[in-house]
Design a protein around this ligand. Structure first.
Ligand code: GUN
Length: 293
């Protein structure tokens, strides 16, 4: 194989956003509630600021209302829990997220569990994750949800395929493995989840019909780890210094794209792959929150 189909999350996300914008127009016309997404951002981590700004901008683009709650890095856990409670009780807000990671002195799990599951558009609350396991309607975690939408858009076959997931994070790897094993399309895969203690990783990735990489290491997956004709989905995004770029950095994924791509049937790029889909899925979940009210 030398001409893979590029799985353009950017294109799929634009289509999803157009559909959402249309739904918002319809809501407005019918005098319905305009979806309102809020985001809590604690501290001034550069990457988190970039992500949250992109989420707010996406809200504007589809006609949602948005609120950004910016809090000092030194806020106490108790003070943050009060802010969460305020959003739980604010009827104007349909859904909200608390951008992760939080400063080390704050227990992320405690904060996540304080979010009203009806407003948990990130799908990180134990109630949302439990419903996902049980195939009940729920908010699916945005990144894995976005990946399933990409697979669907490109009609990538999944039934009976071997899907290997690299990484077991609560946000991506773990829920991704659940979604790929579900009895639906995309799904019905035989799933292997691999992680830092996995032995002979390459022997496993070489068996993957679908390889989903969320390990958080730049260019970790090389051509010798990938089977001819595989579908490779790259969840990683890393800023690395690059003086040839005006910005001073370039963006790399977890996959060494240039050497892996020629072996693939389908491959998602970085940037323009999974990233835009994560935001589109968050918007979809927020619209769902309004519809479920
Ligand atoms: N940090 C990295 N990805 C995410 C995400 O999808 N949601 C939130 N809240 N924080 C993140």
């Amino acid at each position: 194989m030398s001409n893979p189909t590029i799985v353009s999350g950017k294109e799929v996300a634009n289509k999803v956003k157009e559909e959402i914008a249309l739904a918002v127009k319809q809501l407005k016309k019918n005098g319905g509630k305009i979806p309102h997404l809020a985001a809590i951002l604690v501290g001034n981590d550069g990457a988190s600021q970039t992500y949250v700004n992109a989420k707010v901008k996406a809200c504007e683009k589809v006609g949602f209302e948005s609120t950004l709650v910016q809090l000092d890095a030194n806020i106490t856990e108790q003070e943050l829990l009060i802010e969460v409670e305020k959003l739980n009780n604010n009827n104007a807000i349909d859904g909200y997220i608390v951008q992760l990671p939080l400063p080390k002195h704050i227990d992320e799990q405690k904060v996540t569990e304080a979010i009203d599951p009806k407003k948990d558009v990130d799908g990180f609350h134990p109630v949302s994750l439990g419903k996902m396991l049980l195939d009940l309607p729920s908010f699916l975690p945005a990144t894995p949800y976005g990946i399933t939408e990409m697979l669907k858009h490109y009609n990538i076959p999944t039934e009976g395929k071997h899907c290997v997931v690299i990484g077991r994070s609560h946000i991506v790897g773990s829920p991704m493995s659940v979604l790929m094993a579900r009895n639906t399309y995309p799904g019905n895969c035989t799933v292997t989840i691999t992680h830092s203690r996995t032995q002979n990783l390459k022997a496993i990735t070489l068996q993957a019909d679908i390889l989903i990489v969320a390990i958080g290491k730049p260019e970790f997956v090389t051509a010798d780890m990938v089977k001819e004709g595989a579908t490779v989905i790259d969840v990683g995004i890393h800023r690395v210094e690059d003086n040839s770029k005006k910005s001073g950095f370039s963006l790399l994924g977890d996959v060494k794209f240039d050497e892996v791509a020629p072996k693939c049937a389908f491959i998602s790029p970085v940037p323009g792959g999974v990233g835009p889909m994560t935001i589109a899925s968050l918007l979809k979940n927020t619209l769902l929150a309004v519809q479920l009210k």
